[in-house]
Design a protein around this ligand. Structure first.
Ligand code: RIB
Length: 315
């Protein structure tokens, strides 16, 4: 599909998974077998989810990823194509595609174990070449479900073409100095922030200290508490509240935030407005089960965008 010149281009260099989701009244104890409530198989992976969310807003989205030569890989390519995501930068390798096993409890909270499979076979050379050939992207987005050196190579290529680089450091891991240096934005959730820094995301001083030390802009997502925005130069935090909803499944909410936030910025919204857009998509997504299947529709996305713009004009 040809890119729409009226829309920004977002390149996601990241993961794909097949999500195997068990909804359960509680988590089993060691050695215990439980009968679950229901099961859902769907498309996931933090990178893929963020790519889909961005595409639901109409952005041109290029997905850079490595899939196994298995049925899950075929299904994943079809899924991206169904959204109109550019799949020409997906590579295939012998072996298994990524899989995530997910347990969701009645309050919507989740526990996830990923088996990265082919995701870990994406090389820096391939990723950097894909970014350079992706047109004129506004933003390059990465996560930590592929090797950090691959994301670093992609971000270096993104910087060469003046794209903004956005890292969602999930799942939490110690960041290489190189990747940190190449990231313009970090978007951890509060747990990831605490694991990265050893300090609480609810402390303004801790947030400002981390932004100052790393020289990156920060958007720390805090579930129903919304998001905290921090810049390295700021002496205050901007907190953007989230709409309050009844959660049934929080899986992928952080990805909905990231996808909507980067599109918002690429469309010229201010940081606060982009965060409002991210919050409303994330909150909306937790009211439905599944990951990508829980995301708002294209028409809902346009309504959310119009509402954020209207509120911005009203001050
Ligand atoms: O952020 C949610 C995602 O994490 C799931 O889709 C799962 O695949 C894991 O990557």
């Amino acid at each position: 599909m040809a890119a729409d010149p009226a829309q920004p281009t977002v390149v996601v260099v990241g993961s794909t998974m097949i999500d195997l989701v068990a909804y359960t009244s509680r988590i089993p104890r060691s050695g215990e077998t439980l009968v679950g409530d229901s099961f859902l198989m769907g498309f996931g992976g933090k990178g893929a989810n963020q790519a889909v969310m961005a595409r639901l807003f109409g952005a041109n989205v290029v997905m850079v990823n490595c899939l196994g030569e298995d049925a899950y890989g075929d299904m994943t390519i079809e899924n991206f194509a169904s959204y109109g995501i550019d799949t020409t930068t997906l590579c295939r390798v012998p072996g298994a595609s990524g899989v995530a096993t997910i347990w969701v409890e009645p309050d919507g909270s989740n526990r996830i174990i990923i088996m990265p499979g082919a995701n870990h076979r994406l090389t820096g050379e391939y990723a950097a070449r894909s970014v350079r050939h992706s047109g004129n992207p506004s933003v390059v987005v990465g996560q930590l479900e592929i090797p950090q050196e691959t994301t670093a190579a992609a971000f270096a290529a993104g910087r060469e073409i003046e794209a903004v680089t956005v890292l969602n450091p999930a799942p939490a891991a110690e960041l290489s100095g190189e990747l940190l240096e190449l990231s313009d934005w970090l978007i951890p959730n509060e747990v990831e922030f605490e694991m990265l820094t050893g300090t609480s995301a609810y402390s303004d001083e801790a947030l400002m200290a981390f932004a100052r030390e790393t020289g990156t802009r920060l958007a720390v997502t805090m579930g129903e508490q919304g998001v905290a925005l921090v810049s390295p130069q700021a002496d205050a935090i901007t907190r953007v509240p989230a709409p309050q909803v009844d959660a049934v499944d929080t899986t992928g909410a952080g990805d909905a935030f990231v996808g909507a936030f980067v599109v918002g910025m690429a469309l010229g919204l201010g940081e606060r407005q982009a965060a409002q857009l991210g919050n409303v998509c994330a909150s909306d997504s937790v009211t439905r089960p599944g990951t990508q299947s829980s995301f708002p529709s294209p028409s809902e996305c346009q309504a959310f965008l119009a509402d954020v713009r209207r509120r911005s004009r009203q001050g």
